[in-house]
Design a binder for this molecule. Structure first.
Ligand SMILES: C[S@@+](CC[C@H](N)C(=O)[O-])C[C@H]1O[C@@H](n2cnc3c(N)ncnc32)[C@H](O)[C@@H]1O
Length: 270
């Protein structure tokens, strides 16, 4: 019997694997053939050909190593492999101080994974998942709807297209909001602090929020403690920040700076 399973995709999209795979093949071919065989380079001194050959080998090693790293990361994140993504989303929802009455917004919902987890956890509530579903990711609105239907929570979730930097909701529309690894991706707003404030704008006074992102990356958010103080003064009544990679038990290989090295959770009540 062919039982349909939800498809939550992967934080390492297949297109990255394909691009790195094709690059690896090209570089391996160039390294094996050698520069001496290219007639248009024949007039160059031998030492230049050697330098080009060594350079090609070095680039090949880097590209192949990166491909292997991305393949391992994809496996670790995947729902049928290491399930790190699922663990991270459970962690975010686990810190949401919400009793499950009213409605929750998942900002940058991707494949609907966290929206659907939330709908299964809070059985009385309604949910909205919003995303702009750009070409960088293998995610889409139809995929979210299919996943919600397979998980039998589609009657309580609405998925819609929209921009996290300008949410199409009035102030204080939601009782709770969550977001995972989205704010740093938002191209339509340079200042990522403003994307966080936009998310808080749509949460009711006393409502709950849990946002997970690369909050420890100073280039994106400046000093996180200063940012949290600023939010405390202007936007929220309770807020805490946790360096989450220490708590979630993420494999070390995923903690490199360009992967999950600067993640943190900010959560509390507005
Ligand atoms: C790393 S994925 C995370 C997806 C999902 N939150 C999860 O944890 O599985 C980043 C998501 O942010 C979305 N995104 C990026 N920029 C956005 C924007 N300006 N507005 C809404 N969503 C955005 C992408 O489409 C993608 O689905």
């Amino acid at each position: 019997m062919n039982v349909k399973q939800p498809d939550y995709g992967n934080w390492v999209p297949l297109k990255i694997i394909y691009v790195l795979g094709i690059l690896s093949i090209i570089m391996i071919c160039i390294s094996i053939v050698g520069f001496g065989k290219f007639s248009f380079l024949m007039n160059l001194p031998v030492y230049i050909l050697w330098i080009l050959q060594i350079l090609a080998l070095a680039i090949t090693l880097i590209v192949v190593a990166f491909l292997i790293y991305m393949l391992i990361s994809r496996y670790l994140f995947s729902y049928n492999g290491g399930a790190v993504s699922s663990k991270i989303l459970d962690y975010v929802l686990g810190h949401l101080q919400w009793d499950g009455s009213g409605k929750l917004l998942d900002i940058g919902c991707g494949s609907g994974a966290m929206t659907i987890k939330a709908a299964k956890k809070y059985q009385r509530a309604k949910f909205v998942g919003i995303d702009y579903w750009g070409i960088e990711w293998d995610y889409g609105e139809a995929q979210c709807r299919r996943n919600a239907s397979l998980e039998r929570v589609d009657d309580r979730i609405d998925f819609m297209r929209g921009d996290a930097a300008a949410l199409p909701f009035e102030d204080e529309y939601f009782d709770a909001a969550v977001s995972n690894f989205v704010f740093h991706e938002v191209k339509s707003q340079k200042d990522k602090r403003l994307v966080v404030k936009e998310a808080l704008r749509v949460v009711k006074k006393g409502g709950a929020f849990a946002f997970h992102d690369l909050f420890l990356d100073k280039n994106l958010y400046g000093d996180i403690d200063e940012f949290v103080e600023e939010l405390k003064k202007e936007n929220v009544s309770e807020i805490a920040v946790i360096k989450s990679e220490d708590e979630i038990n993420i494999p070390r290989i995923l903690k490199l700076p360009f992967m999950l090295g600067s993640i943190a959770l900010i959560y509390g009540k507005k």
